[in-house]
Design a protein around this ligand. Sequence first.
Ligand code: NDP
Length: 523
Amino acid sequence: MAATAIPIEMLPSIDPATGKVLAHIGRTPPEMVGRTVVLARAAQKEWAKVPVRERCRRLRKLRECLMASRNELADAVVGESGKPRVEAVFADIFVALDSAEYWSKKAPAALRRERVPHHSSAAKAKSGHLVYEPLGVIGIISSWNYPLAIPMSQIIPAVAAGNAVVSKPSDFTPRCGELIERLFRSAGFPQDLVAVVQGGGEVGQALVESGPDKVLFTGSVGTGRQVAEACAKKLIPTVLELGGKDAMIVLADADLETASSAAVWGSYTNCGQACLSVERLFVEEAVSQRFAELCVQKTKKLHLGPGSDPATDVGPLIRPQHVRRMSDVIEDAVARGARVLCGGNPRPDLGPNFFEPTVVTDVDSSMNLFQEETFGPILAMQTVKGAEEAIRHANDSPFALAASVWTKDAKKGQSIAERIRAGAVMVNDAISCFAIAEAPHGGSGASGWGRTHGRAGILEMAQTKYIDVDRLPRKEKPWWYRYGRELEQAADAFLRFEFSGGISAKLSNVRAGLKTFFRDHGW
Ligand code: NDP
C-alpha cells in the first residue's frame, strides 16, 4: 500500500481486495467546512421557495442521471468497498434509484399540510393545521459499507423536504462521495445545495462544529456517542443509525432449505459488514442439527474473491484490522465452548483482507461473538428449546435494530415479531427492509435513535409547525383577564362539563360551563 507517500491534501481510494490505491481524491481542509455550510445555507434559502412538485421533477432527473451512470457507480462501489458487483447493484444502486423514484412521487403527499381536528370544547372555534417546513442545512455523516445507498437514501428526502445537505462520506469511500456530488450537479440541483466534504473524523467534527440544523449520523456506537455529545453541546438534533446485532429465529416448522439460504446470505452479504446482518441465530433444537448441516453445505459452496470477479459470492473485509478482529472473536468463542464447523481462517493468499465465511455453533451470550457487533462473515448459532427461549435471547442485547422470524405459520411469526425489541422485524425474510422505501429504518438502545426512510424518515428532516386560525376573531377568550370569584366558579363548572364523564353530568353543568365562554370581561 502506498499510503505513506500520499500527499496530505489527498485521500487515497483503496481497493480492499488488493490493498492497492485506485485513485486520489481531494481532501477538504477542516477549516473549509464552515464555509461549505454557509454556502449551503444560502442555497437552501432559495431552494425552500421552490414548490415541492418542482423539487420532485429534479429528483426524476436525478434518477435518470443515476441510471445513466449506474455502471460507473457500480465500479466505484465495488472498487472501494470490495463487495461483489451484484451486491453493489442490488444494495447500493437499486436503493439509490428507488429512493429517487419513491420521493419524486411521494414527497408531496408526505409533506402535505394536515388538518388538526380539535377534541376539546375550548378549542372548537379554532381551525388548526400542520405544515412541514425545511430545517435548513442537514449534515449527513456516513459509514463506508453502503457508500451509495446510505447517503443517497438520506440526501434525497432531505432535499425533497426543501433542505440543503453537506455530506461527509467515510474516508474509505471518497470516490463514491465525489460521484454523489456530481450526480446532484448533473441533475440540475442548485450550486452548493448538495455539497460533499471529504476527509476523516476531523472533517466530520468540523461539520458538526459548523452548526448544521440537524445531523444524520450512520456509523459505530463509539463515534455515534461522540457525535451526539458534540451535537448536544450545540443543541443540534440528531438521527443516529448505529450498529446492530440482529437475531434470526428459526422455528421447527420453518422451511429449512429457504431459512438456511437466508442465514448464509444474511450472515455473509457485504462480507457480513451490514448493520442489518444476521449476527445471532437461534434455532429450535428439533431442527438445529439439520439446519447447521445445510448452512455448512451452502457455505462451502461460496466463492471467496474480489468483488470485480463475477464468480465471487463473498468479497474481502474492508481493512486488515477487521480480519484480525474475526480471528479474535472466533478464538474467544472457541475458548468458551463454541465449535467452528467450517471456515474460521484469514486467507492472505487471496489478498490482505480476506476471511473465510465461517459457521460457528454452540455460541452463547458469554461470548464476544454474541455480545459485540461482529461485522464480518461469521454465521453464529445457538440451539434453543423453543420460541420463548429464542425471544428471550433475541431481546437480551443492548442493540435493537432489526430481527427476523422463520416459520410457515404467518400468524405465529407475526405475534413473535411483536414481542421482539427492534426497529423492524421481518417474517420469512431478512435485511431487505432497508431497501423498501416505505419502511422506516432505525433502532433503539445501542442501535441509535430516530428514523431514516419512509414517512417517518422524511419528517425527521422537517420542522412541524402548527398553524391555528381562530374563527371568532372578535371574541375575547374566556381564560383572559379579568379574573374573579365568578370566573373561578365558571371554570370549575367547565371542568365538570368537560371531564365528569356521563351525559347527565355534562347536561347539569352545561349552562354554568358555557357561562365561561360568554362572560363579560368587565373592562
Ligand atoms: P465509524 O463510526 O468509524 O464512522 C462513521 C463516520 O463518522 C465516518 O464518516 C467517520 O469518518 C466519521 N467520524 C469519525 N469520527 C468522527 C467524529 N469525531 N465526528 C464526526 N464524524 C466522525 O463507522 P464505520 O464507517 O466504520 O461504519 C461501521 C459502523 O456503522 C458499524 O457499526 C455499522 O453497524 C454502522 N452502520 C449502521 C447503519 C444503520 O443504518 N444503523 C448502516 C451502516 C452502518 P472516517 O471513517 O472517514 O474517519
